[in-house]
Design a protein around this ligand. Structure first.
Ligand SMILES: [Zn+2]
Ligand SMILES: [Zn+2]
Length: 369
C-alpha cells in the first residue's frame, strides 16, 4: 500500500481494502449462518430412547395407580375420621347424661333392679360398639393409605434406578453427538483455513488481492470466532493447537522472509550503483526518500544536508547534477526540476559535466548517471 504514490492510486487501494473487508463480512455472515444451521442434521435426544420401556412402562403404571389409590385412601380416611369423631362425641354425650341421671337416681333407690338403668346401659353399649366400628374403619383406611404409599415408593425407587442408568446412556450419547457436530464444523472450517494459508503464501499479491485478503479474514474469523460456541469441552485444545500452529507457520515465514530480505539487500548493496538504481522501482525510491531513508539500504540519511550526495551506509548516489544545466537534483528524479531535461537522456561525459557543474560537483559514478 505504501508503494502507491499517485493520489488516485492511493484511493483506489483504499477502496480495494474496503472491498476486501466487505467481501470478508459477507462471507463471515454466510459462514456463521451455515455453521449455526449444522446441528439441525442431528435428532434431538430424549430420555425414553435410552430406557427399556418394557421394564419401565409397568413401573410407571404401577406408580401412577398407587398414587391414585393413595389419593382415594386419603379421602376415605378423612371421611372415616369424621365418622369416628362423630361417634366419639355421641358416646361422650350419652355417657355424661347417663352419669348425671345415675347420680340423681342413686340417692333415691337401688340401681341394679331398675330396668330403665339396664336399658340405658345397653344404649350406651350400642354407642360404644358403633364408635369401635368407626375406629376400625379409620384403621382400615390408614392401612390402605400406607399400602398405596409404599407401593408408589417402591415403584418410584425402581424407576429412579432405571432412569439413572438411562441418564448415563443419554449423557454418553449426547457427548458423541456433540463430538459429531463439532467434527462437522471442523470439517467445514479447517479446509477454509488451509485454503486461506495457501492463498496467503501464493496469492496475496496477485491482481485479485482484495478477494484473497477478504477470504483470509473470513477463514480466520470462521475458525477462531464462529466455531467457539459449538466447541465441546476439549474443543479448546483444537482451537489453541491450530492457533499455535498458524502462529508458528506465520512466524517462521516472517523470519525466513526477514533473512531473505537481508540477504537480498546485502547482495544488492554489493552491485554497481547503476544496476541498483535500475532495480529499484521509481515509486519505491520516491516513497523511501519521502520517509527520509536511503532508497538503496533503507537506513536513515540526512537528505536536507546539501553536502551529502551519496548514502554514507551503502554508497548509492542520492543526488547528482543535471547533464544540461548542472543543477543539483535528486539522482532518482526522471527529469531535471530546473530545466526539464530527461535524466540520462543526454549523458554528459565526465569532463563536460565538470565544466557545466559548479565547483562542488561530485566526481565519480554520479556524474555519469
Ligand atoms: Zn544506503
Ligand atoms: Zn537541468
Amino acid at each position: 500500500m505504501s508503494k502507491a504514490l499517485r493520489l488516485s492510486e492511493k484511493w483506489f487501494r483504499r477502496g480495494l481494502w474496503l472491498v476486501a473487508f466487505v467481501f470478508a463480512s459477507f462471507l463471515i455472515g454466510l459462514g456463521g449462518t451455515l455453521v449455526g444451521d449444522l446441528p439441525k442434521v442431528e435428532q434431538p435426544l430424549v430420555l425414553d430412547d435410552f430406557l427399556d420401556l418394557a421394564q419401565v412402562q409397568p413401573l410407571r403404571d404401577q406408580a401412577h395407580a398407587a398414587r391414585e389409590h393413595s389419593t382415594q385412601a386419603q379421602a376415605a380416611l378423612e371421611q372415616a375420621q369424621l365418622q369416628q369423631s362423630k361417634a366419639a362425641s355421641a358416646t361422650r354425650a350419652e355417657r355424661e347424661t347417663f352419669d348425671n341421671w345415675l347420680a340423681t337416681r342413686s340417692v333415691t333407690q337401688r340401681a341394679e333392679h331398675d330396668p330403665e338403668v339396664l336399658a340405658r346401659t345397653r344404649q350406651l353399649d350400642a354407642l360404644r360398639a358403633q364408635q369401635q366400628r368407626a375406629q376400625q374403619a379409620v384403621q382400615a383406611q390408614q392401612q390402605a393409605l400406607l399400602d398405596a404409599r409404599q407401593s408408589a415408593q417402591a415403584a418410584q425407587a425402581r424407576l429412579a434406578q432405571l432412569e439413572q442408568d438411562g441418564h448415563q446412556r443419554l449423557a454418553a450419547e449426547q457427548r458423541r453427538v456433540e463430538l459429531r457436530v463439532f467434527l462437522y464444523r471442523l470439517a467445514l472450517t479447517l479446509p477454509l483455513l488451509v485454503l486461506a494459508g495457501w492463498l496467503f503464501a501464493k496469492k496475496r499479491q496477485s491482481t485479485w488481492w482484495p478477494f484473497v485478503w477478504g477470504f483470509i479474514y473470513f477463514a480466520l474469523f470462521a475458525f477462531f470466532v464462529e466455531l467457539v460456541p459449538y466447541l465441546p469441552s476439549y474443543g479448546g485444545y483444537v482451537r489453541y493447537v491450530v492457533g499455535i500452529l498458524i502462529t508458528a507457520l506465520v512466524g517462521r515465514w516472517a523470519i525466513v522472509a526477514l533473512n531473505r530480505y537481508l540477504e537480498r539487500q546485502r547482495q544488492a548493496e554489493a552491485l554497481p550503483d547503476e544496476q541498483r538504481r535500475q532495480e529499484l522501482g521509481y515509486d519505491v525510491a520516491l516513497a523511501r526518500l519521502g520517509k527520509g531513508v536511503c532508497p538503496g539500504c533503507e537506513r536513515t540519511v540526512d537528505l536536507k544536508n546539501e553536502a551529502i550526495d551519496f548514502c554514507p551506509h551503502c554508497g548509492i548516489g542520492l543526488f547528482d547534477r543535471c547533464g544540461a544545466c548542472g543543477t543539483r537534483k535528486g539522482a532518482f528524479a526522471r527529469f531535471c526540476h530546473a530545466c526539464g531535461t530527461p535524466a540520462g537522456a543526454t549523458p554528459v561525459p565526465p569532463a563536460q559535466a565538470r565544466t557545466a557543474a559548479t565547483p562542488v560537483a561530485p566526481a565519480g559514478p554520479a556524474a555519469t548517471a
